[in-house]
Write a protein that binds this ligand. Structure first.
Ligand code: 5AD
Ligand code: SF4
Length: 424
């Protein structure tokens, strides 16, 4: 989502003559796009800002902005802690960036963390028909109404809002016209999508089926989903819609029903496992991915063991795991924390298990021939890197003019996070 948002900020500032640069020394404006999900991510921005102090001293015209969810949550506080910041913009107000930049040029210090009543996506300047990388993100919904007890998203991104079907199709059409062959539909709670079209309500599966009708579009993905919004149609789509890739990120967070209840997840471990069975019945080879939090307040060793046992049952192809981090304003932040050393110990035990499963999954690809969408040059000369259907990075020797092509690659060996292959 933040990568997509950064693209939108770049394109909004294009209206004021800005183009992207990769080096802070070259920049007339530095915009930090920030994440508020855990304390570590949020604190990072202050050290990052510190690094730009000498640049700002040497070039007083340099504009420094903070965007994203930390901006949303701590707007005025950021200006107080770091007076060199010129503008603060929350995720709902990126379409306001051009006028905010103008205010800064006139000596102002704008802070915009409003939730607009109008469709903020409407305010984006029309894209120039520039060619795009083969794989693109497309936001279909934003925000979340679930209010998991640990999570800031409903506060920073607001309640769930789905974009209308026609807008999404228009944006998809534009992407495809610019060379995109894979679209990753985005939303904090993407499978809660309920857009409107000609007086009807469309779920995510119906939207996916519609997008799949575009000939030039070859692959569709979506992220991130909630177990309670995995409806029958979406499960079926994994079996009957060829362009929908066999990869599903379906966070469960924990394996103990007591902890799931305390987290306000509104599902049990048994419900989740049954869901996984149904998804696998529709698409047996699907690669599953998840998110886990260890050390949520009240989590005992026995609760933690239930998380390990759920992982053993699912055998995730890939997963993200975190120590619980108390976030101001969330209900769980009021509760007694689990001891920090205990949290670290549980995280390393969980990660050892997840890594074992991930390595086995990666290893199982060796010797197979996989379709790979080539995306960009690889690390070594003459190499290209692309993605398998299971979202694995695959490196191989291939000419650059194959960018955007789906090639057949024989997998020669595997690493934890990537595969090496040979063009067939
Ligand atoms: N502490 C730790 N991890 C968190 N996540 C969300 N909030 C917190 C928190 N307070 C994790 C969840 C979520 C992922 C995006 O980040 O696992 O799925
Ligand atoms: Fe946060 Fe996801 Fe829960 Fe929504 S469903 S509150 S985004 S963890």
């Amino acid at each position: 989502m933040n990568v997509y948002d950064s693209e939108r900020m770049t394109s909004a500032l294009g209206a004021r003559g800005y183009v992207e640069t990769t080096s802070p020394e070259d920049a007339d404006m530095i915009l930090l796009n920030t994440c508020h999900i855990r304390e570590k991510a949020a604190e990072k921005i202050y050290s990052e800002l510190g690094r730009y102090k000498p640049l700002k001293a040497a070039k007083p015209d340099l504009k420094i902005g903070v965007a994203g969810c930390v901006a949303q949550a701590e707007g005025p506080e950021i200006m107080r802690r770091q007076p060199m910041v010129d503008l603060v913009v929350g995720p709902q107000a990126y379409h306001r960036l051009p006028e905010m930049e103008e205010q800064v040029a006139k000596g102002g210090k704008p802070v915009n963390t409003d939730f607009p009543a109008e469709d903020k996506f409407d305010h984006l300047p029309h894209s120039q028909k520039a060619k795009r990388a083969p794989s693109a993100f497309l936001t279909v919904q934003e925000g979340c109404d679930k209010f998991c007890a640990f999570c800031v998203v409903p506060y920073t991104r607001g309640t769930e809002v789905s974009r209308p079907v026609v807008k999404i199709i228009e944006e998809a059409r534009d992407l495809v016209d610019r060379g995109v062959v894979e679209i990753n539909l985005l939303g904090q709670n993407v499978n809660a999508y309920h857009g409107h079209h000609e007086g009807q309500e469309w779920g995510l599966a119906r939207l996916i089926r519609k997008l799949a009708e575009m000939d030039e579009l070859k692959r569709i993905r979506f992220t991130t989903s909630h177990p309670n919004d995995m409806d029958d149609d979406l499960i079926a789509a994994h079996g009957d819609t060829e362009k929908l890739m066999p990869y599903l990120h379906l966070p469960v967070q924990a394996g103990s029903d007591k902890i799931l209840k305390a987290m306000n997840r509104k599902h049990t471990a048994a419900y989740y496992l049954r869901l996984i069975q149904r998804i696998r019945a529709a698409r047996p080879d699907i690669a599953l991915s998840g998110d886990f939090i260890v050390g949520f307040p009240g989590e005992t060793e026995e609760d933690f063991q239930a998380t390990l046992s759920l992982c053993r049952e699912v055998r995730y192809a890939q997963a993200y795991s975190f120590k619980y981090s108390a976030r101001p304003g969330t209900p769980a932040a009021e509760q007694t924390p689990v001891d920090e050393a205990e949290k670290s110990d549980r995280l390393s035990r969980l990660q050892a298990l997840l890594t074992k499963h991930q390595t086995e999954f990666q290893q199982s690809m060796v010797g197979k021939t996989l379709p790979v969408l080539l995306e960009k040059p690889g690390r070594l000369d003459g190499q290209m890197v692309g993605k398998s259907e299971f979202l694995q990075a695959v490196h191989m020797d291939a000419p650059q003019n194959l960018t955007g092509a789906i090639v057949q690659a024989e997998i020669l060996h595997s690493e934890k996070n990537s595969l090496a292959g040979r063009l067939r």
